[in-house]
Design a binder for this molecule. Structure first.
Ligand SMILES: [Zn+2]
Length: 178
């Protein structure tokens, strides 16, 4: 970041970069699409407006910019010397928001995958795509297994209720016939 910009100019620049659908994210998206994964992009109905939503796998993916979201021990997260306190506070706020979004999504039963932008650089792209695809599939299996469990529990409950009613009914009839 050149320090010739005023903080406001820099802020505007970064906001513009931030909101733009970045190329590395598209690479990930296209690779997943080619592998047969189907998703919605920037779904506003879910907390945090996830970058990708895969309903079938009950999974969302966020691609996080290393600087904006403060990727720990990453060379792309270096706080500018000018206005250091401002940037540290800004990133800390983003991280708090990320965690809040994560909690809300998990409370609704969604699995959350975080991909850092540095993991989409050429040298790591393939490895990252494999990792994400694997996680999506595992999340989908876990989701279906959980649904299956809930279904079984519901059936069990219905069966017990039916049996109890039948017992009550036959008791009533016994009483009546006395
Ligand atoms: Zn990073």
């Amino acid at each position: 970041m050149p320090d010739v910009l005023t903080p406001i100019q820099r802020h505007r620049n970064m906001a513009a970069i931030h909101s733009f659908s970045t190329k590395p994210e598209q690479k990930l998206r296209h690779a997943l699409w080619h592998q047969g994964f189907r998703y919605r992009v920037n779904d506003k109905r879910l907390p945090g407006k996830p970058d990708l939503v895969l309903p079938k796998y009950h999974t969302v993916v966020f691609v996080h910019g290393c600087f904006w979201h403060g990727h720990k021990d990453c060379k792309y997260y270096t706080v500018p010397e000018t206005n250091k306190a401002f940037w540290v506070a800004k990133v800390a706020r983003n991280q708090e928001r990320d965690q809040e979004v994560w909690r809300k999504l998990e409370a609704k039963g969604w699995s959350v995958i975080i991909v850092w932008e540095c993991q989409l650089k050429k040298a790591k792209l393939e490895e990252t795509i494999d990792r994400v695809a694997g996680e999506i599939v595992r999340n989908g299996e876990a989701y279906r297994a959980a649904q299956e469990e809930r279904k079984k529990a519901r059936e069990e409950y219905r069966r017990e209720r039916k049996e109890r009613k039948e017992r009550e009914q036959s008791l009533l009839e016994e009483v009546k016939s006395l």
